[in-house]
Design a binder for this molecule. Structure first.
Ligand code: SF4
Length: 173
């Protein structure tokens, strides 16, 4: 059974609790810039869009890594082994959604690992904008709909912003 993180931007308030919880889990500090997900806020439209790793079935980050530091487990979780990662950064532009980043301290690449199957962001989102569900049925349809908004070019920040604007436009905001 493959579980996946799914977002519902219509329910997101932009409070950023998820990003604080993520950085606390992975970095032992409240540092949203180091979170494995991010929230794009569009104050004029009153809309916020969470960007999360889609744990792609054929991950471009994995293909781009020359060191085989990125693997996809039987549980569908795509992880980076920091002991193998050399920090070359090739996986970062390879991700079409800007969900791989370079750690400012270690220089290694980092991304969402779904907290090993118990995502801290989901537990902390009190508005159900983030859910963890089986990758099938409506979840798969919702995910496929969001995944169509690929952004091939630009920095991770620009890709996430372009993704957020696409979702916002889709929502008619
Ligand atoms: S905790 Fe939920 S509502 Fe708040 S920013 Fe994150 S996804 Fe949006």
């Amino acid at each position: 059974m493959t579980m996946t993180l799914i977002t519902n931007p219509d329910l997101c308030t932009g409070c950023n609790r998820c990003a604080y919880a993520c950085s606390a889990r992975h970095e032992n500090m409240f540092a949203p810039a180091l979170a494995r997900l991010s929230i794009n806020n569009y104050p004029l439209q009153g809309y916020s869009v969470p960007s999360v790793c889609f744990q792609c079935k054929r991950p471009d980050c994995l293909t781009a890594c020359p060191e085989q530091a990125i693997t996809r487990g039987l549980d569908g979780i795509v992880t980076i082994d920091a002991d193998i990662c050399t920090g070359c950064g090739k996986c970062i532009p390879a991700c079409s959604w800007g969900m791989v980043s370079k750690h400012p301290t270690t220089g290694k690449a980092f991304k969402c690992d779904l907290c090993g199957g118990d995502p801290a962001c989901v537990a902390e989102c009190h508005f159900n904008a983030l859910t963890f569900a089986e990758w099938e049925g409506d979840t798969a349809k919702n995910k496929a709909k969001q995944m169509k908004f690929r952004n091939e070019y630009g920095s991770p920040e620009l890709k996430r912003d372009a993704f957020g604007k696409s979702i916002m436009n889709e929502a008619g905001r």
